[in-house]
Design a protein around this ligand. Sequence first.
Ligand SMILES: NC(=O)c1ccc[n+]([C@@H]2O[C@H](COP(=O)([O-])OP(=O)(O)OC[C@H]3O[C@@H](n4cnc5c(N)ncnc54)[C@H](O)[C@@H]3O)[C@@H](O)[C@H]2O)c1
Ligand SMILES: [Zn+2]
Length: 363
Amino acid sequence: MSSTIISSSGYDIFIGAKVIEELNLFFNKPACKNAKLFVLVDENSLKHCLPVLSQKVGKIADASILEIESGEASKNIEVCTRLWRALGELGADRHSVLLNLGGGVIGDLGGFVASTYKRGIAYVNMPTTLLAQVDASVGGKVGVDLDHLKNEVGMFSAPEAVFIYPDFLKTLSRREMMSGFAEVVKHALIAEAAYWEFIQGANVGDDSVWEILIEKSVRIKNEVVMADPKEKDLRKSLNFGHTIGHAIESYFLESSGKSLLHGEAVAIGMIAEAFISFSKNKITKEDLDRIRIFILNRFGHIEIESFADHRLLELMSHDKKNSKGELNFTLLTGIGSCEVNKTADLSLVKEALKYYREALLHS
Ligand SMILES: NC(=O)c1ccc[n+]([C@@H]2O[C@H](COP(=O)([O-])OP(=O)(O)OC[C@H]3O[C@@H](n4cnc5c(N)ncnc54)[C@H](O)[C@@H]3O)[C@@H](O)[C@H]2O)c1
Ligand SMILES: [Zn+2]
């Protein structure tokens, strides 16, 4: 079997067990053959993923390895400065290539470092988490956080190519897998009823479905970003579940105690925003029930105290997408379709939070 190739804006996304061969071919191209290669990793991709490549990709043997600490806390400008210096000290020139081997943090940060070093050097992505494989690796957004503001500094910048090797997921924790699966659920809900039906029976622990999920999701995300490369309108469809989800993610972060992964917060957001879609007569009660039951079944129920509502609404209102006491949403118009730029007033959003809070009571 050969690898699947999906064309994006000016670059290809390779998916499957054979991508390692594609990576070898890529490094043998004239533009790369004599270029100095740098590989950006964190301690987890260094341990679990780099050895796989070292064995099978000749060019890796001569590469300089740049390591950062895992986690969102590394996605900042100080770490970029350290990496720009390291590139300089190790002799990177304008023809050098950076391979980003890791999750979304490595991809966003490495893409930004490469795109700015000497006004931009070539980079390729090899995403190693499900979230990065189905979401972060597509769309050309790179950047870093500024203090507590996520993705505040960055740009659109395309990689030379993306190589998605599903087997890397073998060492990923169940929790991280499920975080990526939330984006898969989102892709199905906003774009394709048949995909939604497929995931009803899909178990993310079963490696035989990984390639299907990755390919389907990458196709859906890629279609959306190609139609709206600079995030004018259509790309907002990818925000389904994220207006409420982001607020919940930030709330858990600031009220500490327990931290939620991005996908865990988006799963909550999708139930609440499906409720808003239902309240505005865009989806049926049956669809709402199916969405709630499936997501609760896969992700469980997270308790969010009612005293959090005030702060959650405040967090949503601060979001640049919102104005005039109303909040902006991407709402479902059925399972497999959606509409962007729909507003809901604060009282309906509060009702949606209550709906999630009491989700286990609905039958
Ligand atoms: N650019 C975009 O369009 C886009 C889209 C979505 C998310 N993002 C960004 O992606 C980031 C989140 O990505 P993420 O969820 O991949 O987080 P992450 O990069 O922090 O990875 C999650 C954890 O998994 C570990 N890991 C990575 N690969 C592994 C493997 N194969 N086996 C075992 N452990 C492994 C990492 O070291 C880390 O501890 C956020 O910063 C977010 O802003 C960007
Ligand atoms: Zn997301």
